[in-house]
Design a protein around this ligand. Structure first.
Ligand code: TYM
Length: 343
């Protein structure tokens, strides 16, 4: 505790995010997260594979390493540059779990009880869910605050977890009387595709866990699969509207327009200006062509990298070393603030 502690966080702007190593990546992950990580990357960017979050639900041990490498391959194939961004598996930096324990003792049960993702994932069988699934958002707060990250680009479904991260930072800073020790992180949820919806149901999020493979475009799908899934995507019979307001009650149409906009680096309004009045017979093939054009090179590079695990492991190992160098002093200082013995 120091009288001179700054009231506001005075550290550098630092961008951080992660993706869980569970199941295959889809277009929602790409547009809501990956593509945006690439757009904002700078020399102070941390992007990790959340393998510890993945094991909050059963993962086949024989598959987990491959799933971890698949996410790393997607990072690299999408354009993250390991010379700029620090890319690593969460579990290779033991300070994530150490800080998570301290935060488990800061976060309140009532806060976690409100987490909608736990409710969705545990469903009717709450008592049979792992304890890890329940405290999952606390580990996420540790992932972020361990690096004193100030900006976290994510899709809309992570908003509540980021609010919890802010609450934990605030409470820690208050409890230990260290204003500004942990930053009050800004969620960065921007662009036309922060919530990509299922291709089969405009009311459901595109998700790794949807039993229907037709509901999502996987990053490893080939061109034929992409085109066929878009052709069969559920829509209404009307042509696209002439104005954005006309999408308000049309979730499926709105979703496809958002996907087109994100892939083409346009706004939804610009897409409507181009396709307003045209039917899906015109729009869907244009979207399929664009999706294939943008995704095929990423898929090809992912496949090349996944065939060479040594290259991926080299990047992850170097990233983990760099991450540990940043994480270790933060945890050491946190331990001191909490009063844990320094031996
Ligand atoms: P995960 O693995 O579920 O998703 C990874 C990223 O993809 C985004 N996303 C979507 N965006 C748009 N439309 C969709 N349909 C869609 N589905 C997923 C997510 O919002 C996310 O940005 N708990 C996190 C991983 C995590 C993390 C962190 C993220 C662990 N620690 C620290 C940021 C900071 C998760 O399970 O994401």
């Amino acid at each position: 505790m120091t009288d001179q502690a700054p009231a506001a966080y005075a550290g550098p702007k630092r961008i951080l995010s992660g993706i869980q190593a569970s199941g295959s990546l889809h277009l929602g992950n790409y547009l809501g997260a990956l593509k945006r990580f690439v757009a904002v990357q700078n020399a102070d960017t941390f992007v990790f594979v959340a393998d510890l979050h993945a094991i909050t639900v059963w993962q086949d041990p024989a598959q987990l390493a491959a799933q971890t490498r698949e996410i790393a391959a997607a990072y690299l194939a999408s354009g993250l540059d390991p010379k700029l961004a620090t890319i690593f598996p969460q579990s290779a930096v033991p300070q994530h779990t150490e800080l998570a324990w301290i935060f488990n003792c800061v976060a309140r049960l009532g806060w976690l009880d409100r987490m909608t993702q736990f409710k969705e994932k545990s469903g009717k069988h709450k008592e049979r869910s792992s304890v890890g699934l329940y405290t999952y958002p606390v580990l996420q707060a540790a992932d972020i605050l361990l690096y004193k990250a100030t900006h976290v680009p994510v899709g809309e479904d992570q908003k509540q977890h980021l609010e919890l991260t802010r609450d934990i930072a605030q409470k820690f800073n208050n409890d230990f009387n260290v204003p500004g020790f942990f930053p009050i992180t800004e969620p960065v949820i921007e662009g036309p595709a922060t919530r990509v919806m299922s291709l089969r149901d405009g009311a459901a999020k595109m998700s790794k866990s949807d039993p229907s493979d037709q509901s999502r475009i996987n990053l490893l799908d080939d061109a034929d699969a992409i085109a066929s899934k878009i052709r069969k995507a559920r829509t209404d019979p009307e042509p696209l509207p002439e104005t954005l307001d006309g999408l308000a009650e049309r979730p499926e149409a709105g979703n496809l327009v958002g996907v087109y906009a994100a892939l083409a680096d346009l706004t939804k309004a610009e897409v409507i200006a181009q396709f307003g009045g045209k039917g899906f017979g015109v729009f869907k093939p244009a979207l399929a062509d664009l999706a294939v054009q943008r995704l095929a090179p990423i898929t090809a590079e992912m496949r090349r990298l996944m065939a060479d695990p040594a290259e991926i492991d080299g990047v992850l190992k170097a990233g983990a070393e760099k991450a540990r160098d940043i994480a270790a002093p933060v945890v050491a200082e946190t331990r001191k603030l909490v009063g844990l013995l320094q031996l």
